[in-house]
Design a protein around this ligand. Structure first.
Ligand SMILES: *Cc1c(COP(=O)(O)O)cnc(C)c1O
Length: 452
C-alpha cells in the first residue's frame, strides 16, 4: 500500500480524475465476507486510488480545495497506529495540538494565551466562535436558551455560507444577519455603523461582526483594522473568516498585507486543509480570550473528571473547547508538515499561488475577447471567455468550457456568477501548479471559446 501510495504521488500529473464507472460503484457494495490484507491492498490500488476527486492534480483550481502533502502519508501511518483520542487526558497528541495552536496564534498575531481547538473545518470553527460570542453577551444562554433576545450579526455581502449556516444552527437565524454593502470588495464601514445604530434604535442587540479574509468568490479581504476599530467602538465580537485567506500571513509582500489586522480578531476560523495544503480534514478556531472560549463549552460530568496524576490528568482538555468529546489526532499531520517543510517553503508556495493567479490574469488580458470579473488581489482569478457575447451566451459558453475541460481530464475550473454572468473561476491553492499549467489552461479555454 505504501509503494502504491508513493507511486500515486509521484505520477499525480499523469493520473487525472476520472469517471467512476458503474462497475466500480457496484464494487463498493459492502460484502463484509472477510479478505486478506494483500487482497485488500490490490483492491484499494485498483478501485480507490484512481478515483480521486482531482484536487491532487497540478491543474486543479476548482472551488477552494487543498492538494495534500507527502508528509500526510508519514503522519497518517503514525497516527493510525497510535489511534489517539484527543478529547482529553494526559498523552502526547494533546501537547502537540496545543503547540500547533500556539504556533498558529502567534503567526496570526493573536495575543499570547489565545485558545483554540482543531476541528473538521471552518464551518465547524464558525459555529464554535459564534457560540462563544453569544455566551459573552448572554452568559445564561447555555441554560435558558436565547428566548426572545434579538441578536444581530453583521457581515459583508459575499460572506461565505458557513456564516449563515452557523447562525441558523445556533437558532439566531439568517434574518438577523445584516449584509453590509461592499466598496471595492470591502465592507462599507459607514454603512456598517449606520446599520448598527438603526438596529440598536429598534431594540436589537448587535453582538457579532464577521470580517472576510479571502472571499470565496473573488479572494477579497475586508479592511480588518477598520473592522477591529468598529468592533471596539460598538462593543461587538469580531470574528474573521480566514478559511484560506488567513494564510497570506506567511506569504511575501504585497500579499501578506492583505491580512493585516487579522490578529485583532476576537475569534478567527481558518483551515489547514486548503491553503496550507494539509490533508483533509483540518480546520482551527482561535479565540483570543481563553476564558470566553471555555465559558461557552466546558461542562464535564463526573465520569470525565480530571485526576491529578495518570492518564486522566492533563489540563486543559479539548472537550471543554468545542463540540466533540471523542476527537482524532489532527495535530500530527499539521506538525509533521510544519516541521518537515518549514514555514519558509510553505509561505513561498502561498506566495507563488498568488503570483500564478496574477499570471493567469495577464494571460486572460492578453486575449482580445476574454475579460476579468475584477482585478486579481490574491489567489482567485475570475473571468469570462468571450466578453463580446450577450450575458446569457457567455454564461452558457463559460459553463460548457468548464465542464468540457473537466470531462477531458485537462483542467478543473469552477464557476461563479459575477456581473450577471456565469464565469470561470480559479482559486489557486495548489503547490503543484507551475507557470506552464496556467498558460496551457488559458490556451485550452481560448481554443474552446473560439469554437463557441
Ligand atoms: C471553504 C470555506 C469555508 C468553509 O470551510 P470548510 O473547511 O469547508 O468547512 C468558509 N469560508 C470560506 C471563505 C471558505 O473558503
Amino acid at each position: 500500500m505504501l509503494e502504491a501510495s508513493i507511486d500515486q504521488l509521484e505520477q499525480v500529473a499523469e493520473r487525472p480524475w476520472q469517471d467512476v464507472s458503474a462497475a466500480v460503484k457496484d464494487g463498493y457494495g459492502v460484502q463484509a465476507k472477510g479478505q486478506s490484507a494483500a487482497e485488500m491492498v490490490s483492491r484499494i490500488t485498483d478501485d480507490v486510488l484512481p478515483y480521486h476527486g482531482g484536487n491532487i492534480h497540478p491543474r486543479f483550481w476548482g472551488w477552494v480545495q487543498g492538494t495534500g502533502l507527502a508528509s500526510d502519508l508519514i503522519a497518517g501511518m503514525a497516527g493510525a497506529v497510535i489511534n489517539a483520542n484527543t478529547g482529553g487526558r494526559d498523552h502526547g497528541a494533546n501537547y502537540m495540538e496545543r503547540a500547533v495552536i500556539d504556533w498558529t496564534g502567534a503567526k496570526m498575531g493573536m495575543p499570547e494565551g489565545t485558545s483554540g481547538v482543531l476541528v473538521t473545518g471552518t464551518s465547524q470553527a464558525t459555529v464554535i466562535a459564534f457560540q462563544a460570542a453569544r455566551v459573552r453577551v448572554m452568559p445564561e444562554v447555555r441554560k435558558t436558551g436565547q428566548g426572545s433576545a434579538l441578536l444581530t450579526a453583521y457581515a459583508g455581502e459575499g460572506i461565505h455560507n458557513a456564516t449563515r449556516k452557523a447562525l441558523e444552527l445556533l437558532g439566531i437565524g439568517w434574518d438577523n444577519l445584516r449584509l453590509v454593502p461592499l466598496i471595492d470588495g470591502q465592507m462599507d464601514l459607514a454603512a456598517l455603523r449606520a446599520q448598527i445604530a438603526q438596529d440598536r434604535a429598534a431594540g436589537a442587540l448587535p453582538f457579532l461582526l464577521v470580517g472576510m479574509a479571502g472571499s470565496v468568490d473573488l479572494g477579497a479581504y475586508d479592511d480588518l483594522n477598520g473592522l477591529a476599530d468598529v468592533a471596539a467602538d460598538e462593543d461587538l465580537w469580531l470574528h474573521v473568516d480566514g478559511a484560506f485567506g488567513a494564510w497570506t500571513r506567511i506569504a511575501e509582500a504585497p500579499w501578506r498585507g492583505l491580512s493585516d489586522g487579522i490578529g485583532r480578531a476576537d475569534s478567527l476560523a481558518l483551515d489547514f486543509h486548503k491553503w496550507m495544503y494539509i490533508g483533509y480534514d483540518c480546520g482551527l478556531v482561535l479565540i483570543a480570550d481563553e476564558a470566553a472560549h471555555r465559558a461557552a463549552f466546558a461542562a464535564r460530568p463526573s465520569y470525565l473528571e480530571a485526576a491529578e496524576r495518570g492518564l486522566a490528568g492533563g489540563d486543559p482538555w479539548f472537550c471543554d473547547y468545542g463540540i466533540d468529546l471523542s476527537r482524532g489526532n489532527r495535530a500530527l499531520k499539521v506538525w509533521t508538515a510544519l516541521e518537515m517543510y518549514g514555514e519558509a517553503a510553505l509561505g513561498a508556495a502561498i506566495t507563488d499561488n498568488c503570483r500564478l493567479a496574477a499570471l493567469m490574469a495577464q494571460e486572460v488580458e492578453s486575449r482580445a475577447n476574454m475579460r476579468l470579473a475584477a482585478p486579481v488581489v490574491s489567489n482567485v482569478c475570475v473571468f469570462t471567455a468571450r466578453a463580446d457575447l450577450s450575458q446569457e451566451a457567455q454564461s452558457i459558453l463559460n459553463s460548457e468550457i468548464v465542464q468540457t475541460l473537466q470531462e477531458r481530464g485537462e483542467v478543473v475550473f469552477s464557476t461563479t456568477r459575477a456581473q450577471g454572468v456565469v464565469m470561470l473561476r480559479a482559486a489557486i491553492t495548489n503547490h503543484r501548479s507551475r507557470d506552464q499549467d496556467i498558460r496551457a489552461a488559458v490556451a485550452a479555454v481560448a481554443a474552446l471559446a473560439a469554437l463557441g
